[in-house]
Design a protein around this ligand. Structure first.
Ligand code: SF4
Ligand code: SF4
Length: 94
């Protein structure tokens, strides 16, 4: 996986156009059925090779909404982010 959008998402749309790999979908296309935006973990590259930090998190106005998810089948990930920061709701942007 990659980064994850939490249930505090307000569907503002600020993140979706920032994603360089089109990994984000809006609430209408969220495969979980939740009324929030969603990141496809098998597409998200954590902006490696594109930006210094995840662009979606930089753009997001909702504090703590976008967090690090576990590393799994994703194509690329930030190797300086340890497992201890993943999957526990650790905000990407302070
Ligand atoms: S971290 Fe980067 S690649 Fe992943 S969803 Fe956010 S903007 Fe897209
Ligand atoms: S920028 Fe943040 S609050 Fe806005 S749609 Fe994206 S994840 Fe949701």
């Amino acid at each position: 996986m990659a980064v994850i959008i939490g249930d505090t998402c307000i569907n503002c749309g600020a993140c979706i156009d920032e994603c360089p790999v089109e990994a984000i979908v809006d609430e209408d296309d969220n495969p979980t059925g939740e009324e929030t935006y969603y990141v496809y973990g098998n597409k998200c590259v954590e902006c490696v090779g594109h930006h210094d930090e995840p662009a979606c998190a930089t753009a997001c106005p909702t504090e703590g909404c976008i967090t690090w998810d576990a590393v799994g089948e994703s194509p690329a990930h930030r190797e300086d982010i340890p497992e201890s920061m993943r999957g526990i709701g650790k905000s990407i942007v302070d």
